[in-house]
Design a protein around this ligand. Structure first.
Ligand SMILES: Cc1cc2nc3c(=O)[nH]c(=O)nc-3n(C[C@H](O)[C@H](O)[C@H](O)COP(=O)(O)OP(=O)(O)OC[C@H]3O[C@@H](n4cnc5c(N)ncnc54)[C@H](O)[C@@H]3O)c2cc1C
Length: 538
């Protein structure tokens, strides 16, 4: 179809994003025989693992459980070199998947989708890109990622800086020269921690600007040779059967009941799990820590004790050890020798909770009290507008021209994280009110969501329908269920990106569904098996 000078491409579905979700979604829809194309503003596949090439970027999920489980050969023909590999290896794995499934021919890279408008009369979406593409598609599937809209223009004066400024998720492909330079890292979340522990030895001077302290757990990442690789591959059937049904989509689950253990037994459990060097202490020790203040207090104190024992001076303890929220109510980072880095003579820790960053000046970073820290490179490890940012930063319009940016600017609502009322035939992954907004091993959640989406698209077409839309009542009921579930957890009492409070003006809501990955999956399956109650198919 041609209108004026514009050439419009007609497709059955457009997929926004070519990360873990987008790649698998593309594969599935193509297998259904749909005409489909994925667009990504990144230069190649990988999503998170293409963008986040900062020094030290690596998994916090065990590599062998992060893999796709839908194809045994695809799983077994790839071998990891260690338990928690770094970004270069993960990016290679994503390329391996892409090549094996021959996905590249249907992906357009270095192309940002700038708008997606729904035409109610035709029941179709018009999608435009920054390269001038115009696509007319029945379905618009967002695989935009929950952590892909960086918080990067945060400080007055950023443009005036004489050195280089890089957000961790916009790290240049060729890398950044850090050796022998004065580097400042802003932020000590999961990413900041990985950067800090990795570059401390290399740079001349490292200044860390720390606001919110984190509970950290030491990571153990043993190397994998042929024997270890064979061992985890032999567990394929077991992993496939269990992982999708656990609380967090990891291979482990909560096994211990606080009330049934004596104080000594609790301590022994915590000590043993801590030694695993994984996220197990968070996601497979005592689930009561998310609900009961006394349990949260005790587990939090256990982790604090471990952290304090590694820090030599009270100044570091005061800034780095959390005291005003419970362990596990924020994303828990794994680290390697991170706390010890602060004992190095070239590393300076600057607490900015009471003396915040006022602005960036040509020489470096100026704090509220007027102190200027002179720097050559500023690394912004300042996180993301999680869950919603990638979609609200483009112009998405549903029925009657309603704007998703406006709708979510008032209140963040979805139907099971899979649709938004008012946006027929827009299907979503990794948006709020599903576990994939934050709380899970993401590949587990994204496989489930994309499979559900593929099934519903097939269903609509087989029924001879042309549209599916979450009903107002269905969405209301899901939001109420979400609120009740989230409200029972201690996460609801905190601040941070789990609640969107890192983004000025963002409506407050626990972003992730907290009922558990297995429970969520069951609810999604029930909806599909019962003819999609809560959704209208026309
Ligand atoms: C540093 C870091 C470490 C992480 N570690 C883990 C971990 O260990 N375990 C875990 O489970 N999860 C981890 N995550 C979460 C991670 O985001 C997910 O595991 C997963 O990669 C998300 O895949 P996705 O396909 O949903 O989204 P993404 O990988 O974010 O891909 C989304 C893609 O959409 C594209 N896009 C967005 N907007 C547009 C637009 N307008 N036009 C075109 N393209 C667009 C982006 O360029 C991006 O490539 C980590 C995240 C980060 C940032």
């Amino acid at each position: 179809m041609t209108s004026g000078t514009e050439h419009t491409l007609e497709l059955d579905a457009v997929i926004l994003g070519a990360g873990v979700a987008g790649l698998y979604q593309l594969h599935q829809l193509r297998q259904q025989g749909l005409r489909v194309r994925a667009f990504d503003k990144a230069g190649d596949v990988g999503g998170t693992w293409w963008w986040n090439r900062y020094p030290g970027a690596r998994f916090d999920s065990e590599a062998y459980i992060y893999q796709y489980l839908f194809d045994e050969d695809l799983y077994k023909d790839w071998s990891w070199s260690e338990k928690f590999p770094g970004q270069p290896e993960i990016e290679r794995w994503m390329q391996y998947v892409t090549d094996r499934l021959d996905l590249r021919r249907d992906i357009q890279f270095s192309t940002a989708i700038t708008s997606a408008h729904y035409d109610e009369d035709r029941g179709r979406w018009t999608i435009r890109t920054d390269r001038g593409d115009v696509v007319d598609a029945q379905f618009f599937v967002s695989c935009a990622g929950m952590l892909s809209a960086p918080m990067e223009n945060l400080f007055e004066g950023q443009d005036s800086f004489r050195g280089e400024i890089h957000h961790t998720s916009r790290w240049p492909v060729g890398g950044v020269e850090l050796a022998a330079r004065r580097v400042g890292v802003v932020g000590i979340g999961a990413t900041g921690i990985q950067v800090i522990q990795t570059i401390a030895d290399e740079v001349a001077h490292l200044t860390v600007f720390a606001r919110t302290p984190q509970y950290v757990l030491p990571m153990k990442s043993p190397a994998y040779g042929p024997e270890e690789q064979a061992a985890y591959k032999a567990r394929f059937d077991e992993l496939k059967a269990t992982i999708p049904h656990t609380f967090s989509g990891f291979e482990y689950d909560f096994l211990h009941v606080w009330a049934e253990c004596s104080p000594e037994q609790r301590r022994a459990v915590l000590e043993e799990i801590y030694e695993d060097g994984s996220l197990k202490l968070w996601l497979a020790s005592f689930g009561e820590m998310f609900f009961l203040q006394n349990v949260s207090d005790e587990v939090s104190e256990f982790v604090r004790e471990k952290m304090r024992a590694r820090l030599k001076d009270q100044h570091l303890i005061d800034i780095l050890v959390p005291t005003d929220y419970g362990f596990g109510t924020h994303r828990v980072p794994l680290e390697r020798n991170y706390l010890e880095v602060y004992h190095q003579p070239n590393v300076e820790l600057v607490g900015v909770r009471d003396n915040p960053i006022a602005r960036i000046v040509p020489e470096g970073i100026e704090l509220a009290d007027g102190t200027v820290h002179e720097l050559d490179v500023i690394v912004l490890a300042t996180g993301f507008d999680a869950g919603t940012g990638s979609l609200t930063r483009i112009d998405v319009r549903g029925r009657d021209g309603r704007s998703l940016t406006d709708d979510w600017g008032r209140d963040i609502r979805t139907m099971m994280g899979l649709q938004v009322h008012g946006y027929p035939n827009m299907l979503t992954t990794a948006v709020p009110l599903a576990p994939s907004a934050a709380l899970c091993n993401m590949t587990t959640c994204l496989q489930q969501q994309t499979e559900w989406i593929s099934d519903v698209i097939r269903h609509v077409r087989e029924q001879g329908g042309s549209t599916i839309e979450a009903t107002k009542e269905g969405e209301d009921a899901w939001v109420a269920h979400h609120e009740e579930t989230a409200g029972a957890t201690l996460i609801a009492n905190t601040t941070g990106w789990y609640l969107g409070s890192n983004v000025p003006g963002k409506p407050r809501r626990v972003l992730s569904y907290t009922g558990g990955v297995g429970t969520y999956r069951q609810k999604c399956d029930d909806v599909a098996q019962n003819g999609y109650p809560g959704f209208a198919i026309r």
